[in-house]
Design a protein around this ligand. Structure first.
Ligand code: NAP
Length: 285
């Protein structure tokens, strides 16, 4: 049986540390400020945004929530981002994706000041991730790295396999693992003989978006299995990309869904916001 990686507990520990930092920054006149922009009425996005706002409030941040109708024009949204870029009380700007149809996500992200881009989606920050010289780490992959560190899981020299090559999870995940000296393979929907590759993984990261896709027969005995997926199963119950029951028979460590990677993503967003506020203080001198 595997050891279950408790993302809730690690996230609580990270957030406790950030609470102290936020209080110190506030005492020095820079209260960390996070703005969350939600356009449209996607129910999943509404939940994510509410959780982010709640976390920011719990840490003593200044938080600003901007809700826009789904027919908001691109220019209106871009103007809001520009205002937030110029707002001294805001250190982190997050525009919740996906945006309603007709709005160009690339254009909106490009408008966010890289210094306040706490999701690390701006092309400038993406480039820095490639170089390993980051201000902000992409939240979900950074959360995974924090979990590995917390559980003493070595990455150096290990075979790490990431399934998924999205810009927000798969690609930056592979970069962070490579910077941590793992030998990385990235798989995707066109990969042939996927199970042959996953069975060679010492560390397997599933970021596919398909309920219970990774089954026990695809996993090496003793592998570390990290499940990024967030899906609904046939009973509308939240589940990951990994079939927990069969995989936990073989893995040495495994993340559950919920309670694994999800809580870490929010903690890392808060960490980036604190980092941005610290940068501001350093600049002020
Ligand atoms: P995405 O943009 O849809 O990317 C999915 C990736 O999986 C793609 O690269 C796709 O390959 C690959 N894929 C699809 N079917 C496959 C198959 N049969 N075999 C191998 N690879 C396959 O999704 P995402 O944004 O990266 O998110 C992935 C999952 O993580 C989702 O469930 C999402 O909800 C979840 N998520 C969770 C968090 C969190 O905080 N826990 C954060 C972000 C995302 P192609 O590139 O070839 O299409």
């Amino acid at each position: 049986m595997s050891q279950i990686i408790d993302g809730k507990a690690v996230s609580a520990k990270v957030r406790e540390g950030l609470k102290g930092k936020a209080a110190e920054l506030t005492a020095k006149g820079v209260k960390p400020g996070l703005a969350v922009v939600l356009a449209g009425d996607d129910p999943a996005s509404a939940v994510y945004v509410r959780n982010k706002e709640k976390a920011a409030n719990e840490l003593g941040f200044y938080s600003k929530m901007i809700k826009l109708p789904s027919d908001v024009s691109e220019e209106e949204l871009l103007n809001i981002v520009r205002e937030l870029n110029n707002d001294d009380a805001i250190h982190g700007i997050l525009v919740q994706l996906p945006l309603p149809k007709g709005l160009d996500e690339k254009k909106v992200i490009a408008e966010i000041s890289p210094e306040k881009d706490v999701d690390a989606f701006h092309v400038q920050n993406v480039g820095k991730i490639m170089l390993g010289e980051y201000d902000f780490l992409p939240c979900t992959p950074a959360g995974v790295m924090e979990l590995l560190k917390e559980y003493g899981i070595q990455t150096r020299g290990k075979n790490a396999v990431a399934i998924g090559r999205s810009n927000i999870v798969g690609k930056p995940m592979a970069m962070l693992l490579m910077h941590a000296d793992a030998t990385v393979t990235i798989c995707h929907s066109k990969t042939e003989n996927l199970a042959d590759i996953t069975r060679r993984a010492d560390i397997l990261i599933a970021a596919i978006g398909k309920a219970k896709f990774i089954t026990g027969d695809m996993v090496k005995e003793g592998a570390v299995v990290i499940d990024v997926g967030m899906n609904r199963d046939e009973n509308n119950k939240l589940c990951g990309d990994v079939d927990f029951d069969s995989v936990s028979e073989k893995a040495s460590f495994i993340t559950p869904v919920p309670g694994g990677v999800g809580p870490m993503t929010i903690a890392m967003l808060m960490k980036n916001t604190v980092k941005s506020a610290e940068n501001k203080l350093l600049k002020r001198g």
